[in-house]
Design a protein around this ligand. Sequence first.
Ligand code: HEC
Ligand code: HEC
Length: 397
Amino acid sequence: MRRAIPEVPILLIIVSIVLFSCEKDVVTNKAESAVEVSASNEDFKLCETCPPGFELTEDGVCRLRSIYQQYRSLEDQGVGGLKTALPEVRDGFTPEQIDLGRYLFFDPILSKDGTLSCATCHQPEKGFSDGLATSVGIAGQQVDRGAPSLWNVAFLKLFFWDGRATTLEEQMQGPLFAENEMGTTPKELLSKLNGIENYRNMFQQAFPNSGEKIGLENVYTAIAAFETSLISLNSRYDQYAHGFHGALNKNEIEGLNIFRSFVARCAECHTPPLFTNQQLAVLGTPEPDGKPLDAGAQIPYNDPTLRGAFKIPSLRNVAKTAPYMHSGRFKTLRETVEFYTKGRGHAVPEGENLYLHWHIWEPNLTDTELDRLVDFLQTLTDESFMPKQPDRLPSSP
Ligand code: HEC
Ligand code: HEC
């Protein structure tokens, strides 16, 4: 019998979970909080080192380092064998830009009424989603769809469920300026940020060659820099893929095999190692009761064949991001997986004639197979590069 004695995976397993931050420790002890230390510029000195998983290059930017980069197999070949390379990553931001983005991401000052930050709907402990079927914006306003996870957005080429944005910078202008989300305006946002000395100093640290005034482009760059630092590639599945066979148990391996099989066909769309092939697909996912069909990508692409098409989501950290699908219709992974076996088009509303993707059919998976798929999906969790939430915000130190 072959015994796996992997060198690299052992190193991977002992990666400690250190919340990445250069913040000074804040004393939260009650007795001492009476002697409030007033914030000085020194308190908001930005990080000069890259987040874990990144290496600082000679030109002062952070580059991702992952074992997957040693795999040479071409992207989009076959159904994503264990040694498939990752798609190209968006990196190359400075440590200061990433750290500034972290503060902005958690700061409700970015919303019109100061109640909502990006992190309200993208909560770190919920896989950077919000646990709601559909999100809620300022003043309790409903948003049409659910908040997706932000882990590994550095690898994505399309954003939003309907794929209507192609860059993170373009994407974030959606929530920032939508009346039912953060509800601010470019003018209002800049006037608020420019009115805060801490932020003026921090933007100087992150963008030393920019003028005195904070500009919109730099706000977008910093937030994008932070988002691209949310890397999750060290799950038990990854350890298995890198050759440590003991990382998955028998049930989980069975689940992986079903996932990659030509019966279930999950991997045709949720292609490893990112667990998405980054395309749009029509599944005929049901809406919550009483809600009309969401036309999805038909609208931005003005293409009737994309009616009801949505972006194929990555499944990394999917155990953390319930409820599932664009409308949050399914509460559990078991329910979600069961949807796929109930038959092609079974949930399409009457009168609709959708162009269902040809990999959506009726695989007739047994209850046990569905359970194994869920077991496998739970091995895709890795939060070892979880960023630290700021103890204090530059807007309200
Ligand atoms: C009110 C809740 C809410 C807030 C606040 C919010 N988002 Fe989102 N976010 C969502 C929802 C809902 C979607 C999906 C919308 C859709 O697809 O139509 C989304 C989508 C995204 C996506 C696309 C992910 C993907 O895989 O396509 C990114 C990236 C993102 N948000 C980042 C941000 C950033 C950065 C901020 C702060 C500037 C922010 N969000 C603020 C709810 C929110
Ligand atoms: C034809 C491509 C395709 C195939 C095949 C496919 N999926 Fe999906 N999957 C999608 C799309 C598209 C969505 C989002 C649909 C929506 O929001 O309405 C999705 C969503 C999901 C989600 C929810 C993720 C989230 O964040 O909400 C899970 C879990 C999932 N799929 C698992 C599977 C499993 C397990 C299989 C195999 C049985 C499978 N998928 C097969 C395209 C596919």
